[in-house]
Design a binder for this molecule. Sequence first.
Ligand SMILES: C[S@@+](CC[C@H](N)C(=O)[O-])C[C@H]1O[C@@H](n2cnc3c(N)ncnc32)[C@H](O)[C@@H]1O
Length: 212
Amino acid sequence: MTHTFWLAARRLRSELVARRQDALRGISTAQEVADQELGFADPQNHAYVATDYDVFLAAMQRIKVRPGVDVFVDFGSGKGRAVLLAAERPFRKVIGVEFSPQLHEVAQRNLRAARNLKCTDVELVLADASQWKIPDDATVLFFFNPFEGSVLAKVFENIRRSLAEAPRQISIIYVRADKFFEKQILWQHWLVRTNELPCSDGKVAIYRSKRA
Ligand SMILES: C[S@@+](CC[C@H](N)C(=O)[O-])C[C@H]1O[C@@H](n2cnc3c(N)ncnc32)[C@H](O)[C@@H]1O
Protein backbone atom coordinates (compact mmCIF):
# COMPACT_ATOMS: atom_id res chain seq x y z
CA MET A 1 0.00 0.00 0.00
CA THR A 2 2.71 2.49 1.08
CA HIS A 3 4.93 1.41 -1.82
CA THR A 4 2.05 1.87 -4.29
CA PHE A 5 1.31 5.28 -2.82
CA TRP A 6 4.93 6.47 -3.17
CA LEU A 7 5.14 5.07 -6.69
CA ALA A 8 1.98 6.95 -7.72
CA ALA A 9 3.23 10.14 -6.01
CA ARG A 10 6.59 9.86 -7.82
CA ARG A 11 4.87 9.33 -11.19
CA LEU A 12 2.64 12.34 -10.62
CA ARG A 13 5.61 14.52 -9.68
CA SER A 14 7.58 13.44 -12.75
CA GLU A 15 4.53 14.10 -14.95
CA LEU A 16 4.22 17.63 -13.54
CA VAL A 17 7.96 18.29 -13.97
CA ALA A 18 7.74 17.01 -17.57
CA ARG A 19 4.81 19.24 -18.46
CA ARG A 20 6.51 22.30 -16.94
CA GLN A 21 9.85 21.56 -18.64
CA ASP A 22 8.11 20.92 -21.98
CA ALA A 23 6.22 24.22 -21.67
CA LEU A 24 9.46 26.13 -20.92
CA ARG A 25 10.91 24.77 -24.16
CA GLY A 26 7.76 25.15 -26.25
CA ILE A 27 7.67 21.40 -26.98
CA SER A 28 5.33 18.48 -26.33
CA THR A 29 6.93 15.16 -25.36
CA ALA A 30 5.09 14.02 -22.24
CA GLN A 31 2.16 11.93 -23.47
CA GLU A 32 2.94 8.19 -23.67
CA VAL A 33 2.04 6.28 -26.88
CA ALA A 34 1.05 2.62 -26.50
CA ASP A 35 2.02 -0.39 -28.66
CA GLN A 36 -1.41 -0.61 -30.31
CA GLU A 37 -1.19 2.99 -31.48
CA LEU A 38 2.31 2.57 -32.94
CA GLY A 39 1.33 -0.67 -34.66
CA PHE A 40 4.83 -2.22 -34.80
CA ALA A 41 4.59 -5.70 -36.32
CA ASP A 42 7.41 -7.00 -34.11
CA PRO A 43 6.74 -6.77 -30.34
CA GLN A 44 10.50 -6.62 -29.73
CA ASN A 45 10.16 -2.92 -30.60
CA HIS A 46 8.89 -1.08 -27.53
CA ALA A 47 6.34 1.71 -27.18
CA TYR A 48 6.90 5.39 -26.39
CA VAL A 49 7.59 6.73 -22.92
CA ALA A 50 9.92 9.69 -22.57
CA THR A 51 12.97 9.64 -20.31
CA ASP A 52 12.33 11.62 -17.13
CA TYR A 53 13.89 15.08 -17.30
CA ASP A 54 15.59 14.51 -13.92
CA VAL A 55 16.99 11.16 -15.01
CA PHE A 56 18.40 12.53 -18.26
CA LEU A 57 20.06 15.46 -16.49
CA ALA A 58 21.53 13.22 -13.76
CA ALA A 59 22.95 10.84 -16.37
CA MET A 60 24.44 13.65 -18.43
CA GLN A 61 26.23 15.00 -15.37
CA ARG A 62 28.24 11.78 -15.39
CA ILE A 63 29.42 12.27 -18.98
CA LYS A 64 32.09 14.76 -19.98
CA VAL A 65 30.95 16.26 -23.27
CA ARG A 66 33.90 17.36 -25.44
CA PRO A 67 32.58 20.57 -27.01
CA GLY A 68 32.56 20.46 -30.80
CA VAL A 69 33.79 16.84 -30.79
CA ASP A 70 31.19 14.50 -29.34
CA VAL A 71 28.26 13.26 -31.39
CA PHE A 72 25.15 12.10 -29.51
CA VAL A 73 22.75 9.47 -30.84
CA ASP A 74 19.39 8.52 -29.31
CA PHE A 75 18.34 5.06 -30.51
CA GLY A 76 14.53 5.17 -30.51
CA SER A 77 14.18 8.91 -30.15
CA GLY A 78 10.36 9.10 -29.96
CA LYS A 79 9.08 12.67 -29.70
CA GLY A 80 12.63 13.94 -29.32
CA ARG A 81 12.95 14.79 -25.65
CA ALA A 82 16.43 13.29 -25.17
CA VAL A 83 17.57 14.65 -28.55
CA LEU A 84 16.51 18.18 -27.64
CA LEU A 85 17.99 17.99 -24.14
CA ALA A 86 21.27 16.76 -25.65
CA ALA A 87 21.16 19.65 -28.13
CA GLU A 88 21.13 22.07 -25.19
CA ARG A 89 24.70 20.88 -24.61
CA PRO A 90 27.79 21.60 -26.72
CA PHE A 91 27.65 18.43 -28.82
CA ARG A 92 29.00 18.78 -32.35
CA LYS A 93 25.98 16.91 -33.65
CA VAL A 94 22.87 15.28 -32.20
CA ILE A 95 20.99 12.50 -34.01
CA GLY A 96 17.69 10.81 -33.18
CA VAL A 97 16.69 7.55 -34.87
CA GLU A 98 13.01 6.63 -34.65
CA PHE A 99 10.99 3.82 -36.25
CA SER A 100 7.50 5.29 -35.94
CA PRO A 101 6.55 7.88 -38.62
CA GLN A 102 3.96 9.30 -36.23
CA LEU A 103 6.54 9.94 -33.46
CA HIS A 104 9.15 11.13 -35.97
CA GLU A 105 6.71 13.78 -37.17
CA VAL A 106 6.08 14.99 -33.60
CA ALA A 107 9.85 15.13 -33.02
CA GLN A 108 10.29 17.24 -36.16
CA ARG A 109 7.62 19.62 -34.91
CA ASN A 110 9.31 19.79 -31.49
CA LEU A 111 12.68 20.51 -33.10
CA ARG A 112 11.21 23.41 -35.06
CA ALA A 113 9.65 24.80 -31.87
CA ALA A 114 12.55 24.21 -29.45
CA ARG A 115 14.26 27.18 -27.85
CA ASN A 116 17.83 27.68 -26.58
CA LEU A 117 19.64 24.87 -28.40
CA LYS A 118 23.45 25.05 -28.24
CA CYS A 119 23.96 22.46 -30.94
CA THR A 120 22.57 23.58 -34.27
CA ASP A 121 23.30 20.35 -36.16
CA VAL A 122 20.36 18.15 -35.14
CA GLU A 123 19.27 15.32 -37.42
CA LEU A 124 16.09 13.26 -37.02
CA VAL A 125 16.20 9.98 -38.94
CA LEU A 126 13.15 7.83 -39.65
CA ALA A 127 14.52 4.28 -39.62
CA ASP A 128 14.60 0.93 -37.89
CA ALA A 129 17.66 1.42 -35.66
CA SER A 130 18.83 -2.13 -36.41
CA GLN A 131 19.09 -1.26 -40.15
CA TRP A 132 20.73 2.13 -39.66
CA LYS A 133 24.47 2.57 -40.26
CA ILE A 134 26.08 4.08 -37.21
CA PRO A 135 28.19 7.11 -38.17
CA ASP A 136 31.96 6.77 -37.63
CA ASP A 137 31.99 9.78 -35.34
CA ALA A 138 29.12 8.81 -33.00
CA THR A 139 30.55 8.85 -29.46
CA VAL A 140 27.71 9.17 -26.92
CA LEU A 141 24.98 6.58 -27.48
CA PHE A 142 21.71 6.87 -25.59
CA PHE A 143 19.05 4.20 -25.05
CA PHE A 144 15.86 4.22 -23.04
CA ASN A 145 14.85 0.58 -23.28
CA PRO A 146 13.76 0.93 -26.94
CA PHE A 147 13.87 -2.72 -28.01
CA GLU A 148 14.90 -6.22 -27.01
CA GLY A 149 15.94 -9.60 -28.42
CA SER A 150 17.28 -9.81 -31.96
CA VAL A 151 16.69 -6.08 -32.62
CA LEU A 152 18.83 -5.15 -29.60
CA ALA A 153 21.47 -7.74 -30.56
CA LYS A 154 21.69 -6.37 -34.13
CA VAL A 155 22.11 -2.78 -32.93
CA PHE A 156 24.95 -3.81 -30.60
CA GLU A 157 26.57 -5.83 -33.36
CA ASN A 158 26.41 -2.66 -35.49
CA ILE A 159 28.05 -0.65 -32.70
CA ARG A 160 30.87 -3.18 -32.40
CA ARG A 161 31.34 -3.14 -36.16
CA SER A 162 31.43 0.65 -36.17
CA LEU A 163 34.11 0.58 -33.45
CA ALA A 164 36.17 -1.96 -35.40
CA GLU A 165 35.97 0.16 -38.57
CA ALA A 166 36.63 3.47 -36.80
CA PRO A 167 38.35 2.85 -33.44
CA ARG A 168 37.31 5.44 -30.85
CA GLN A 169 36.06 5.62 -27.32
CA ILE A 170 32.29 5.68 -26.89
CA SER A 171 30.02 6.14 -23.91
CA ILE A 172 26.68 4.42 -23.63
CA ILE A 173 23.93 5.73 -21.39
CA TYR A 174 21.30 3.04 -20.92
CA VAL A 175 18.08 3.87 -19.09
CA ARG A 176 16.51 0.68 -17.64
CA ALA A 177 19.61 -1.36 -18.46
CA ASP A 178 18.32 -3.93 -15.96
CA LYS A 179 15.30 -4.77 -18.10
CA PHE A 180 16.81 -6.40 -21.19
CA PHE A 181 20.24 -5.00 -21.96
CA GLU A 182 22.25 -6.49 -19.11
CA LYS A 183 20.46 -9.82 -19.51
CA GLN A 184 20.72 -10.13 -23.27
CA ILE A 185 23.96 -8.51 -24.38
CA LEU A 186 27.45 -9.85 -23.71
CA TRP A 187 28.60 -6.32 -23.02
CA GLN A 188 31.23 -7.36 -20.47
CA HIS A 189 33.81 -8.13 -23.14
CA TRP A 190 34.07 -4.67 -24.62
CA LEU A 191 32.31 -2.29 -22.25
CA VAL A 192 33.15 -1.23 -18.72
CA ARG A 193 30.34 -0.02 -16.50
CA THR A 194 31.50 3.32 -15.12
CA ASN A 195 28.42 4.50 -13.29
CA GLU A 196 24.97 3.55 -12.15
CA LEU A 197 22.07 5.59 -10.84
CA PRO A 198 18.51 4.78 -9.86
CA CYS A 199 15.51 5.68 -11.99
CA SER A 200 11.83 4.81 -11.60
CA ASP A 201 11.50 1.04 -11.14
CA GLY A 202 15.12 0.31 -12.13
CA LYS A 203 18.46 1.81 -12.99
CA VAL A 204 20.43 3.81 -15.50
CA ALA A 205 23.83 2.36 -16.32
CA ILE A 206 26.68 4.17 -18.04
CA TYR A 207 29.37 2.26 -19.91
CA ARG A 208 32.58 3.15 -21.69
CA SER A 209 34.09 1.10 -24.47
CA LYS A 210 37.44 -0.50 -23.70
CA ARG A 211 40.32 0.91 -25.69
CA ALA A 212 40.81 -0.88 -29.03
C1 LIG B 1 10.97 4.14 -24.29
S1 LIG B 1 10.83 5.13 -25.75
C2 LIG B 1 12.21 6.23 -25.56
C3 LIG B 1 12.01 7.58 -26.23
C4 LIG B 1 13.19 8.56 -26.15
N1 LIG B 1 14.45 7.92 -26.40
C5 LIG B 1 13.28 9.24 -24.82
O1 LIG B 1 14.12 8.84 -24.03
O2 LIG B 1 12.50 10.15 -24.54
C6 LIG B 1 11.41 3.95 -26.97
C7 LIG B 1 11.31 4.47 -28.40
O3 LIG B 1 11.97 3.54 -29.27
C8 LIG B 1 11.25 3.52 -30.51
N2 LIG B 1 11.62 2.27 -31.21
C9 LIG B 1 11.19 1.01 -30.94
N3 LIG B 1 11.78 0.15 -31.79
C10 LIG B 1 12.59 0.84 -32.61
C11 LIG B 1 13.48 0.51 -33.69
N4 LIG B 1 13.65 -0.75 -34.09
N5 LIG B 1 14.17 1.49 -34.28
C12 LIG B 1 14.02 2.79 -33.89
N6 LIG B 1 13.19 3.17 -32.89
C13 LIG B 1 12.49 2.22 -32.25
C14 LIG B 1 9.80 3.62 -30.08
O4 LIG B 1 8.94 4.01 -31.12
C15 LIG B 1 9.90 4.65 -28.94
O5 LIG B 1 9.78 5.95 -29.44
